[in-house]
Ligand binder design. Structure first.
Ligand code: CP3
Length: 340
């Protein structure tokens, strides 16, 4: 197996810089669209054979150094007893947002092997096929909570912050259940064969540092603390838009900190010293002309020289409009410039 990615996560020396892209399996690929044309997104997530197929697509096409399990951060929320839909154009929708004591009490902390066997089966199928490491993942409790409380995507997160500020006990009760669910879910993924785990905190950056410290970070720390007792797989924590939170994020317990593109990678490395870092090309930089894209990648690799380990990635998910040829140029450039 090509374990370059895992070695970079652990801060060990690698011959070249490993690369994968967040959301690398998805709508920018005609091969994904073709599978997706036959089933709904949720049907796809529940089907291990199809999940395996779409996970492998970007590995075969681009030669990424790691695969990420195809699923969604909201899948365990179904197992918690919530009704989830993905509507065209609107994204995820929870029919009954969680805002009351009754709604929190009704949440179940599910057994992941019993309620999400399709995820564990996908992991087992993938491990048979893959020659690069497999990353499992979850949402971070705060990010999951925003979807539950808002009932879907949001801009100002009014309901979530209102619950934090007006009903902190209720918020904590909800967060404990989400945290327990996530902790068990990630442990089950590691048991099934996931070789690294990424925790996506996509909305961490909407919080003031003081609120991040009080309402988001402790739950991430608790999950990582639990994981450390049962597995030694590398753990990546990605707090999107989190440049101002880095000094707090580095206490999460993760081995690797994901960086979005708004922070200079060199400055970030100065601040998080003994962690490996993952990132952080602006996903829209993939639309640059070839020479400029390559120049940017070279500069990023140079800036990351001082890191304890660097995994090249985008600063957030690849956007559906990205031409696959541009993704190919980027992956090849990372490999070539870093000595593969
Ligand atoms: O390659 C991969 O990264 C694989 C799987 C993956 C998906 N979602 C597939 C997906 C992963 C790791 C995720 C994580 C995820 N899901 C996050 C965290 C990462 C981030 O982008 O911040 C979040 C916030 C979600 C929730 C979610 N899922 C939203 C808001 C949406 C709708 C918006 C959108 O991008 O479409 C989804 C749908 C989704 N998840 C799709 C895919 C491929 C598109 C669904 C489709 O095919 O129609």
């Amino acid at each position: 197996m090509n374990d370059t990615f895992l070695r970079a996560c652990r801060g060990e020396k690698t011959e070249y810089t490993p690369v994968w892209f967040m959301r690398q399996a998805g709508r920018y690929l005609p091969e994904y669209q073709s599978v997706r044309g036959k089933v709904t997104f949720l049907e796809l997530c529940h089907n291990p054979e199809l999940c395996t197929e779409v996970t492998l697509q970007p590995i075969d096409i681009f030669g990424f150094d790691a695969a990420i399990l195809f699923s969604d951060i909201l899948i365990p929320m179904e197992a918690m007893n919530l009704h989830l839909e993905f509507s065209e154009g609107k994204g995820p929708v929870f029919r009954d947002p969680v805002r009351s004591r009754k709604a929190v009490d009704d949440l179940i902390v599910p057994d992941p092997d019993e309620t999400m066997p399709f995820v564990m089966e996908t992991i087992r199928l993938l491990r048979k096929e893959l020659k690069v490491p497999l990353i499992g993942f979850s949402g971070a409790p705060f990010t999951l909570a925003t979807y539950l409380v808002e009932g879907g995507s949001s801009k100002v997160f009014l309901e979530t912050k209102k619950m934090m500020f007006q009903k902190p006990q209720l918020f904590d009760a909800m967060m404990s259940k989400i945290t327990d669910c996530t902790s068990l879910y990630l442990q089950a993924q590691a048991r099934a064969g996931a070789q690294a785990l990424q925790i996506f905190d996509s909305w961490a950056g909407i919080l003031a540092p003081v609120d991040f410290k009080r309402f988001a970070l402790p739950y991430v720390q608790s999950i990582i603390n639990d994981l450390r007792k049962v597995t030694d797989v590398p753990i990546i924590y990605f707090a999107n838009n989190g440049a101002t939170l880095l000094d707090l994020s580095k206490t999460s317990g993760a081995d690797v900190l994901g960086l979005d593109w708004r922070v200079n990678i060199k400055d970030a490395i100065d601040r998080v010293g003994n962690h490996a870092v993952q990132g952080n090309l602006d996903p829209i930089a993939l639309f640059l002309p070839k020479e400029e894209l390559e120049e940017r990648i070279k500069k990023l690799l140079d800036d990351a020289q001082g890191a304890r380990g660097h995994i090249f990635n985008l600063g957030h998910g690849i956007v559906p409009q990205t031409p696959p040829d541009q993704a190919k140029i980027a992956v090849d450039a990372v490999h070539r410039f870093s000595g593969k």
